[in-house]
Design a protein around this ligand. Sequence first.
Ligand SMILES: [Zn+2]
Length: 202
Amino acid sequence: MEKDENFPMSSLVSDQHIEVPQMKGIGFANVRNYVRERHGDSAWQRVLNSLPLAHREEVNAALAVGWYDVAHFAELLRAVDQVCGQGDLGLLREVGAAEAEQDLNRVLRIFLRVLTPSQIFKVEGRLWSHFQNSGTWVSSKVPGGVDARLTGWAVDAALCEELAGYLVRLVEFTGGKSVAVHHQTCRAKGHEHCVFEYRFSE
Ligand SMILES: [Zn+2]
């Protein structure tokens, strides 16, 4: 195809927002650790075997620093829920919480300890862009908690369940008690945004 300087392909691509949502591989590594530690090596092997052949090696070898398709992460979460849970996405909040614990064990622990539960959503909004190439957070304080709204990320209910669990653990870590999250407004259900309604006492 010949290049037409007056009508470059790159402008077509950006106009149509074709960019694929990607994320750092740390999430893949955290899920791998979770499955091996809580469900055993054979469970991890069953998870890998249930993935499409083309993604299996990528998922097994994912490095914390690399970038990977968020859709492949969603596929991994669904496989873990199928092999280690009931296949109804019910395990994924536990998976998300376990991921948060691993991240907290590394760099975030000291940093987060000085924050309140409400402040954590502001920080999460900024940290997000270091780990994801898409998605924007807007959070607002409401009576009894925070409504955190995510726009423009990959659309998959499995990702939302995992994320809800992850953020519950972060809120708990900053001192939030009796943390609950409701996720009714969801892009996987056709809504424009994903809204995570966190309720807790400080
Ligand atoms: Zn959602």
